[in-house]
Design a protein around this ligand. Sequence first.
Ligand code: 7TS
Length: 404
Amino acid sequence: MLDLEKIRKDFPILNQEVNGFPLIYLDNAATSQKPQVVIDALNEYYIGYNSNVHRGAHTLADKATGKFEDTRTAVKEFINASSTEEVILTKGTTEAINLVANTYGRQNIKEGDEVIISTMEHHSNIVPWQMICEEKGAKVKVMPINDNGEIIFEEFQKLISPKTKLISVVHVSNVLGTINDVEKIIEEAHRHNIPVLIDGAQSSPHFNVDVQKMDCDFYVFSSHKVYGPTGMGVLYGKKAILEEMPPFLGGGEMIKEVTFEKTTFNDLPFKFEAGTPNIGDTIALKTALDYVNEIGKDNIARHEEELLEYCTAAFQDIKRLKIIGTAKKKVSVISFLIDGIHPFDLGMMLDAKGIAIRTGHHCAQPLMNRFGIDGTARASFAVYNTKEEIDQMVESIHKIVARF
Ligand code: 7TS
C-alpha cells in the first residue's frame, strides 16, 4: 500500500486551488508534476555549483561533471542498459527519435526501402521517418490496429520485407493507453535482422523497463513524464549499433581532435552530445529516478492499475460516454467521448471545477483518423492521484451530461 497522503505532500503544486476548487491534476500523460526533491536538486545546482561539465579544472566543474555522469549511471540502472556508453542524454523523446532518423536512418535507408511504424504513434514517431524517407525516396508503412486499439500482429508480419530497414513503434499509446507486446514485435523483427526502436515516453513512467530483456535496439523516453524536469530525455542504443552510427550534431564535446582538414569524433556516449548540455535538468533527473525507485515501480504500477480499473468502471455508468481504447493491457490513460458534448467544451467545464484533463488530437492525428474522430478527452493518472479525485471528476461529468 502506498502512503498517498505522504506522496501528495511531496508535490507542492498539488496543494493549490484552481478556479476556486482544489486542483485535480489528471493530465499526467502530457507531463507529470515534480516532487520537492527534484525542485531542490535544481536549486542546489544553480545556487551551489553551476558550471560547465567535462572541461573544467576547478572544484565546481568537477562536482557538476560528477553529478551529471551520476544521472547517466542512474538511467543505465533505470532501464537496465548494459553500460553507460549506451545512454545518450538528449532534450527528450522527440530529439532522441530525430537523432536516430538523422544518423542511423540517413546512413541505412536507401531509395525504395521501408520503415514500419504503427497507427497509434505520436507525431514525433511519424514525422522524422516521413522526413528521412522523403529525402531518400523510401516509404513509411503502418501496422494496422483493431477497434480495441491493439496492433494486429499478423498484419504487421505481412508488412515485413527485405526492404524493411527499421521498425519504430510505441511501447504505450499516449491516447489509448494500450501496452503493446513489443517483445513479440522485436523477436519477429530480429528474425529478419531488422532493428527496432521503442518509443518509451509513456511506458517509462508506469512500469519496469528492461531494455536488455526486451532486446530493443533503441529505447527513448522523456524526463518530464517520469517526475523529472522538462528539456531532458534519453536515447538508449545498443553499443554495436551506436558505434557504427555517424554523429548527429557537430560542435564541442563530441570531438576528439579538430583541424581545418579533418575532425575525429569522441567515444560513446559523447559522440552524440554536442555542445553544453542541459546540466541542471539532467542532474535533477537522477533525483526523480531515485524518487520513483524509492516508492517502487511495481507499487506505482499497482496503484495506477487500481485507478484505471476504478475510473473505467465509473465511466460505464455515465450516459453517452464511450471509452476510446479498450485494449486488454493498458496503463492509466483513458480517452473518452461523450455523445453531444465536444471534448474541448468538456475540458473547459471540468477546468472550471479545478479538474485538469487534456482534450484534442494528442499529437496523434492519424490515430484520430483511424477512429473517425477529431479528438478525445483524456484523463491520465500518476502515482499521486486518488480514487476521491476520480469520484470528483465523475460527479462533475454526470452533472455536465445531465445539463446537456
Ligand atoms: N511519444 C509519446 C508516446 C508521447 O506520449 C509523447 C508526448 C512524445 C513521444 C513526445 O515527447 P516529448 O517529451 O519529446 O514531447 N506526449 C504528450 C501527450 O500525450 N500530451 O502532451 C505530450
